[in-house]
Design a protein around this ligand. Sequence first.
Ligand SMILES: CC(C)(COP(=O)(O)OP(=O)(O)OC[C@H]1O[C@@H](n2cnc3c(N)ncnc32)[C@H](O)[C@@H]1OP(=O)(O)O)[C@@H](O)C(=O)NCCC(=O)NCCS
Ligand SMILES: CC(=O)OP(=O)(O)O
Length: 330
Amino acid sequence: MGVMESIISKAKSCKKRIVLPESNDDRTLKAAEIVMREGIADIILLGKKEEIYKNAAGLDIAAATIIEPEGSDKFDLYVDQLVELRKHKGMTPDKARELIKNPLYYGSMMVKLGDADGMVAGAVHSTPDVWRPVLQIIKTMPGISVASSCFLIEVPDCPYGENGVFIYADCGLNPNPTAQELAAIAVSAARTAKVLVGMEPRIAMLSFSTKGSAEHESVDKVREATRIAKEMMPDLLIDGELQVDAALDVEVAKKKCPGSPVGGRANVLIFPDLNAGNIAYKLTQRLAKAMALGPLSQGLAKPVNDLSRGCSAEDIVNVVAITAVEAQQQ
Ligand SMILES: CC(C)(COP(=O)(O)OP(=O)(O)OC[C@H]1O[C@@H](n2cnc3c(N)ncnc32)[C@H](O)[C@@H]1OP(=O)(O)O)[C@@H](O)C(=O)NCCC(=O)NCCS
Ligand SMILES: CC(=O)OP(=O)(O)O
């Protein structure tokens, strides 16, 4: 069974309620139809009923729950909760009322309070716009200080990684992580590989240098991050700094990093910064025609996942299934 087949089958086994705030988007509505028809999750759409039905002409979305944030039963409660959560940052009832009208804030509050089991957005909104309410309202899980993001990648006909399956991190959230943050990203990505995909993580801390072949402060950061990650989880199969060819290819690894525990067989790729991670995932997706799902969140208290504005309806269906499975694992 392929990685997404297995996730979709798990999602169907115990249906969760997933809120989709971007109900003005055609791909989102198409995905909602597929998710409900296939029994992957129950769907909550946010927006004006009339507009949603107009945008969904020709689609069967009758089973969706539709909530119009402004005027909803929970509106005042959510406003009060936002004021309470953010009063240390100067949140006032007036500001909170404006914010809760925004479906991304409303959806985040639904997930926070258990009125939905998870949220998926980002087909329309940029990543900073999706993550800001999520970080402010849902926050990180206990013991985790850095939220991060990853992509679940599946490259067709690929001998590398786990038969072409990889976790790439961080490709969406932290622009320039410190060594400590990079270590935390690696540990979170290991958990994602294990818990979501069911694969034993072999983590490569990527750089333009392999084991001292080049010197630069950005290389030092990756070495330090590797050391910290090992300290955090001594049993992790992790190595760095590695170039990506040494991480992926056995023959190159023999030359560049003989004896490395992950060289030539890495399935979790940790990028030194967001420039590298974001560019790498988009190159893999476009040039290798890979499935690239995400940015999936790591380290949040509740399941919320982001999308690229370049996503397809099928990507949204898959990310909804992932979110539903994460909700089962809560
Ligand atoms: C997501 C992002 C907007 C957060 O930026 P920010 O300037 O810290 O935003 P805010 O100051 O409003 O932060 C919101 C809250 O989230 C917290 N936060 C920000 N990044 C966090 C992280 N990685 N982990 C945990 N919390 C985080 C902040 O501490 C703040 O908490 P507080 O207000 O309760 O004190 C920013 O990291 C970003 O723009 N990242 C790049 C995303 C992007 O463009 N990706 C490329 C395409 S995918
Ligand atoms: C993840 C990402 O790059 O998102 P977008 O393509 O929407 O900027």
